[in-house]
Design a protein. Sequence first.
Lengths: 111, 170
Amino acid sequence: MRASVNRPPTPDVGDTQEKQPTLEEIINIKFIESGEKERLMELLRERLIECGWKDEMKALCRAFVKKKGRNNVTVDDLVHLITPKGRASIPDSIKAELLQRIRTFLVSAAL
Amino acid sequence: MASHAQLSSHFFGDLLDSIIVDVASECHRIARLGLDRNLEEEEEELKLSAQARERVTDPNNSGEANSKYVVDIFGQTHPPIASDVFECMNCHRPIMAGRFAPHLEKCMGKGRKARFKGTRSSTAAQNRHSRGSPVSTYPPYPNSTSTNQLSNGTSGVAGEEYSNGTFPEP
């Protein structure tokens, strides 16, 4: 029997469609397209520099680099190094400010 | 259905993760390019340069006699007192560069004796006086209204000496 005769049936067009985008994805698209994500990212960046958070993270990195040798360090190493400490050391006021802005956006963008 | 609070936290986390990656990337770049001067190897270099600097400043402090042996960054040595000779533009005498400042003091009249230099007649002295003369053909400042009077603050090049308004006898 020739293999070509027994090939599997062409998938139906309907089956190849992706699942419905999640709410999260829809909002994310709005978030990006409206420019709000960019604005909030810059706001957060600025706040984190002002309060010294960035300097703390850079100090952590420098210590790690000194220990490991500057040519033996990968971006991944550093990301894994500062992510837990970074997330935990966000000042509450900054977190609150950003969350408030995001909530406002959600309300305005919601459906 | 995710609540607003959950969604907000999720998006905040997203923003934070992006910023963390940026910081890590920046630190990685600094590390790999050796832009951070505080690592051990650079510490060695810093120590060496500090030592070198001490060596350079020491001989200078111990007097001019030793500075002949100090070498600059081009490998040249210089005598402690500049020895080039040129012509003074005031009195036209040959002067040693390292002695030019004290010479100028005497020559241009900071000292007492120089004020009465007119008795040692020379073209230079005549030029100096004529610059401040009331009958000078060109005023020292474009905005001076009268060339016949020497008023405060508008005197010529050697103005300091004449600021009291009087004109010394030639």
